[in-house]
Design a protein around this ligand. Structure first.
Ligand SMILES: [Ca+2]
Ligand SMILES: [Ca+2]
Ligand SMILES: [Ca+2]
Length: 179
């Protein structure tokens, strides 16, 4: 049973993904999200980085929809999303790693604009600014940076996303995921 606070959180994610607000997440939504996502990181879609990110993004969506779209009509209804996403985030840790971790890795690679293998405060601020979270960037980074070395590692980012998607605390820091 998924807690009410988590259901509200997943509902927020659903509404964000259902960008044309027809009550389903379908291919059109996914493509629009993909463009916005690349734009947020200021990555040209035809660049090598852009193409690699788009490929992983498509793979993520294929995995997500195949695990959520129970009636196989190639769109994910709100009910399918709320029940399925909870199972993904809270159930078998292998499912989280298989479906959600690759997306976080993609985001991490895009955020790390200088390719240093970690995300600096400056890099994170830039991304948060692009998704409209600019004023919260510094507070968020302080929470994600668990070891306090001033940069975000991939593990720290994955850990934060996992906490956000499984914690019933209303104020966990993973809002960077939502913009
Ligand atoms: Ca839709
Ligand atoms: Ca970097
Ligand atoms: Ca760190």
């Amino acid at each position: 049973m998924v807690a009410d606070s988590l259901t509200r959180k997943y509902d927020k994610i659903f509404k964000l993904y259902d960008s044309n607000r027809n009550g389903y997440i379908e291919k059109a939504d996914v493509n629009r999200m993909k463009s916005q996502y690349l734009m947020a990181f200021d990555v040209p879609p035809t660049s090598e980085k852009g193409l690699a990110a788009a490929e992983r993004w498509d793979a993520f969506w294929a995995a997500l929809t195949s695990s959520l779209d129970h009636d196989q009509d190639r769109q994910v209804s709100r009910e399918e999303f709320l029940s399925g996403f909870g199972a993904l985030a809270l159930g078998d840790p292998g499912a989280f790693d298989a479906v959600l971790r690759p997306l976080i890795e993609t985001a991490f690679t895009l955020m790390d604009t200088d390719g240093s293998g970690s995300v600096s405060v400056k890099e994170f601020r830039r991304f948060q600014h692009a998704v409209g979270n600019g004023d919260q960037a510094d507070a968020v980074i302080a929470r994600i940076d668990q070891d306090g070395d001033g940069v975000i590692s991939l593990d720290e980012l994955v850990q934060d996303a996992r906490e956000f998607l499984t914690s019933t605390e209303p104020d966990s820091s993973g809002n960077w995921l939502l913009g």
